[in-house]
Write a protein that binds this ligand. Sequence first.
Ligand code: UDP
Length: 433
Amino acid sequence: MFPWLGYGHITPYLELAKKLTTKDFFIYLCSTEATLSSIRTKIPPNLSNSIELVPLPLEVSPDDLPEKYHTTNGLPPHLMVKLKEAFDNSKQNFSSLLQKHKPNLLIFDFLQPWAPPLAEALNIPSVIFITSSSVMTSFMFHHFSDPGAEFPSENIRFRHYESCFMDELLANARDCEEREKGSAGVNMSREIVLIKGSREIEGRYIEYVSGLTGKRFVPVGPLVQEPDDQKSSSELLSWLDQKEAKSTVYVSFGSEYFLSKEDMDGIAHGLLQSKANFIWVVRFPETEVVLEEKLPEGFLDKVGERGKIVQGWAPQTRILVHPNVGGFVSHCGWNSVMESFKYGVPIVAVPMHLDQPINARLVEEVGAGEEVLRDGDGRLNAETVAAVINRVVVEDGVRAKVDEIKARLALMGDGEIDEVARELMSICSKSLI
Ligand code: UDP
């Protein structure tokens, strides 16, 4: 398995790896050491003989890109281009690892379209596993194949910031395409395409994208991590224990994104004006670490017992399963959305860029939350943030629907994983002939 270099990519790969080990697969999980280190402790001891982590050295000098930045987690934004370049320059290293370990199958991510040709040169077949949502993936293929045609959702078309995020999304897809030619930047060398998600949630988009591409998209489940070990955050969790049931909103914008000063202000004042308690995970690039300078003046004094500010990282799944959490102010990264669905937490959607606005609309479409719409000038208005938090969290506006989604996902279990495992095993066995 060869996921892209970010926490939001490697964790679904690890969850898929764990499921495949129960179907007799041995997994090599390959990434940079900096990315692997974020999941090393998440491999259960009983699987240590079935999953091996394989570090990929990047072709770049430590002066240009120190090793701790060989991952997108916490990468200062201006170094992203360097990371992509270093990654693309490391093809030979990846090929050497394939020759050393000789897997029967390569499962690869859409951001490294150069990997399958290297595998094919060694007679190793490959299958793509997309960690984004089906709604986002189908929207991208729709745009590339026939943007004039009707997309199968009214909800996912008209919003005032549509054009600016579409430009960014398409530039990103084209960037992949240029790195290696392939349809919509995704070189899908097999008929079957694995995608993180479930038919319960995204059935119509899975069918739509399968029809558009002529490939069979198969959802491999929510692939949500089990709640993190709570030892390191016992003070935070004891604080949460003291609150009333469903009274607290969890606020986090993922593993990569850093909020602008204006967005920080909108969120901070919105939280204060709302009627909910809150846990807010605040992240900055490493060079900007003074919390007080980033928050509005006097904010920390006003928070009192109502809120907790966590700098850097929080045990998200552990917090989301807590009975006193009643909502999630989220950027709508696909992992966060699936974690909310699985643990039954209503979403206050504050999408930032790339796939997040589309995921936010899916959240609204399935009735699991409400999006905070920005002002005409793109600002997050504190009154709007507070009003949406109050509707979704305090007044339980979407509770019934969220409980229903949680129950349906629980019933579905691992979904189509048996069929997927059989098909992958059959591809593997052909590689042996
Ligand atoms: N996460 C976490 N603690 C944090 C921030 C993020 O455990 O403080 C985890 C979260 O549970 C999710 C992942 O990091 O599994 C973030 O993935 P997502 O797709 O939501 O966003 P991305 O980081 O890719 O933008």
